[in-house]
Ligand binder design. Structure first.
Ligand SMILES: [Zn+2]
Length: 355
């Protein structure tokens, strides 16, 4: 068995020679890995292994870290598009992190030149190269109002404060919300264009920090909620309000999701004959039974469990006489619903319908 102490007796030249051949092998393996990742991704083989995406396949089935999986998938797709990347990685001229960074900036026209310029470059140098080929606008100067410290006195209800009191008339929204107000344009750019600037970070077990940028309307709603809930949540605690808001939204969304309400007229019309619509009661029953998650099962009996874009799926297709009974309907994520439909109707027919 190999461990660090087993190398202690090897002379230094041999040690470096071995290291060098390990590095060479690692590079060739990395290049080969990308081709495999790209081909499995292209054939969507992850679907039949109960994964809704290549990313889930790498992280759930092969226990890669999220970062490694993302790098390999992105670099694999780039290698599929520009096959010269394979040789450059195998020869050690490009590293995986570099390809991952460059992938979104390569085009048919520029890839030869850009990849040559990225040869043997560090990450910092590659970032510079990207800034040159896809320059971003300057970050505008912005002035940020710092959050005012929350007063540590016993919380008082606004009604208790005499009208002459300095804060009674105004709404100390910034103070109570515990947020800093940033110019909206600045915060949008900081968020990286249209991508929402939000992040959930675990702090300690079962404690999470949520950072999010909201607009003026959202802030006004929060402020109004703080007022409306000021009897139950006297200190206007944002976490307590968010928790209540999430509860309310969950109840509403679960209800909607489970019994997607049809146009009442068409339901009545359809109830006379056997229609395509699944009755609301059956939807509720199925949604609850499957716990809102995809129940696609692969050959090894592993369940997908994705809760992303779940849809109702007929086990025996409706067109082949399958019923609307709960025993014939199961939840599927969109990827698996489509996969099974493609198996059923043929990929070509589905592609023509999607177009
Ligand atoms: Zn699924």
């Amino acid at each position: 068995m190999m461990n660090a102490s087993s190398l202690q007796l090897i002379n230094k030249h041999q040690l470096v020679r071995d290291f060098s051949s390990l590095v060479d092998k690692d590079r060739r393996d990395t290049a080969t890995m990308l081709v495999y990742v790209a081909e499995i991704d292209r054939r969507k083989l992850y679907l039949e292994h109960a994964c809704p995406s290549m990313f889930a396949f790498c992280t759930k089935r092969f226990h890669m870290s999220e970062a490694v999986a993302a790098r390999r998938i992105r670099a694999g797709r780039a290698t599929c598009r520009f096959p010269c990347i394979f040789d450059m990685i195998a020869r050690g001229e490009l590293h995986l992190s570099g390809v991952h960074q460059l992938a979104g900036h390569l085009t048919e026209d520029n890839h030869q030149e850009v990849l040559q310029r990225a040869k043997h470059r560090s990450m910092r140098e590659i970032e510079k190269l990207i800034a040159e080929i896809s320059p971003k606008p300057d970050v505008p100067a912005s002035v940020r109002a710092l959050p005012i410290r929350r007063v540590q006195s016993t919380p008082k209800m606004l009604e208790d404060i005499p009208a002459a009191h300095p804060i009674a008339g105004q709404r100390p929204a910034i103070e109570r919300l515990g947020v800093s107000s940033a110019p909206s344009q600045g915060s949008k750019l900081a968020a990286g264009g249209s991508k929402p600037n939000s992040r959930v970070t675990p702090l300690s077990p079962r404690r999470y920090k949520i950072q999010v940028t909201i607009g003026q309307e959202g802030r006004d709603k929060l402020s109004e909620l703080q007022d409306l809930l000021s009897h139950q949540i006297p200190d206007g605690d944002l976490a307590a309000i968010l928790d209540r808001a999430l509860d309310a939204l969950l109840v509403e969304t679960r209800k909607k999701k489970a019994s997607f309400t049809e146009n009442p007229r068409s339901v009545r019309k359809r109830s006379n004959r056997k229609g395509r619509a699944i009755p609301a009661q059956i939807r509720r029953e199925v949604f609850e039974r499957d716990q809102g998650r995809c129940v696609f099962v692969d050959a090894c009996g592993r369940r997908c469990l994705s809760g992303w874009q779940v849809e109702f799926h007929h086990v025996v297709p409706y067109a082949r006489g399958g019923s609307h009974g709960a025993d014939n309907i199961e939840l599927r994520c969109r990827a698996h619903n489509q996969y099974e439909a493609e198996l059923e109707y043929g990929a070509r027919f589905m592609a023509s319908r999607r177009n």
